[in-house]
Design a protein around this ligand. Structure first.
Ligand code: HEC
Length: 100
């Protein structure tokens, strides 16, 4: 009896931590994405001549970011922009913009 209470308590703590880190990550990615808004529009809904990011396929997004970084895809400004992000952040943003 005592033992199973400990297990339940452990599970409760585990799920609390899981949900906490998930929401912290969501806030983080919204913050990351907001630095793209100046050119790509709010949440990637571009209004100017810049390509829209909203609704781009995740895999396409990640590949474009890698090619900007490597120079395989020529760019005016994106080359400078990609350099500040880790692979994990790029994947988070890819998932975020795909949902917009
Ligand atoms: C200073 C303006 C500016 C900012 C800020 C900016 N971009 Fe861009 N982005 C561009 C331009 C312009 C292009 C077209 C390619 C080029 O000339 O660099 C582009 C292209 C892209 C593309 C390719 C889209 C396609 O349809 O092929 C992706 C993906 C992208 N940007 C992601 C981002 C992300 C993610 C951020 C924020 C971390 C960001 N950009 C911030 C200007 C900007």
């Amino acid at each position: 009896m005592f033992q199973s209470n400990k297990i339940l308590f452990g599970l409760a703590v585990f799920f609390m931590l899981m949900s906490f880190s998930a929401s912290a990550q969501e806030r983080n990615v919204a913050l990351l994405a907001s630095s793209c808004a100046a050119c790509h529009g709010t949440n990637g809904h571009s209004v100017g001549g810049t390509p829209a990011l909203a609704g781009l396929a995740e895999s396409y997004f990640v590949v474009q970011m890698q090619e900007f970084a490597s120079g395989a895809r020529k760019s005016t400004v994106m080359y400078q922009h990609v350099s500040g992000y880790t692979q994990e952040e790029i994947e988070l943003m890819a998932a975020y913009f795909a949902k917009q």
